[in-house]
Design a protein around this ligand. Sequence first.
Ligand code: PRP
Length: 212
Amino acid sequence: MDYITIAVAKGRIANITIKKLEENGLIFSDFKNSRKLIFEDDNSKIKIILVKADDVPIYVEYGAADIGIVGKDTLLETDCDVYEIFDLGYGKCRFAIASLKDFEYKKGKKLRVATKYPNVAKDYFNKKKEPVEILKLNGSVELAPIVGISDVIVDIVETGTTLKENGLVILEEICPVSARLISNKASYKSKSDRIYEIVDCFRRHMNENDIC
Ligand code: PRP
């Protein structure tokens, strides 16, 4: 049996993913407290590679991984040629527009929007036919309205703590986000049985909270 390789977004998604696979009896013994990027379970012949979230679709599209696990936020932002095959339900958060509490929208004035997700933001405001100027940042987006370089932000909100602690409030919610399982198109044909075994593994260990 060949190995099946899963590219997993480093961080919280990887921690939950490994936990769920271990609940199915797989063993990635040195995962905790390690800086390793490749983990293998010999019995099930499953190999995990840990990559930055934005890179998961690339590893999958180009066949370095058969399948990938990454947030829907990344998939909405990235143009990639992969199949999205299962909503894993965990890693839940939402896309929202937020501003400082006292922000007043002046009709006719072009909004300046700071975000790590320029495509998501562009798409949302285009659909609303609202002209905006997008400012692409790489993190700590909540700072932008505080220091006066943007009117609003488009970002993911999980607990809401970052917004609250920085004096921002949600103006509008855009859409919910959760972790998704994606597949390389060729692997989907050649390894579909094994891919669906893995999907079943996750399905068996979905919590009530995970059901979308
Ligand atoms: C994400 C997101 C928010 C925060 C939301 O940032 O961009 O800033 O988490 O989480 P909360 O609602 O639970 O507070 P991340 O931690 O990835 O850091 P970054 O802003 O540096 O990208």
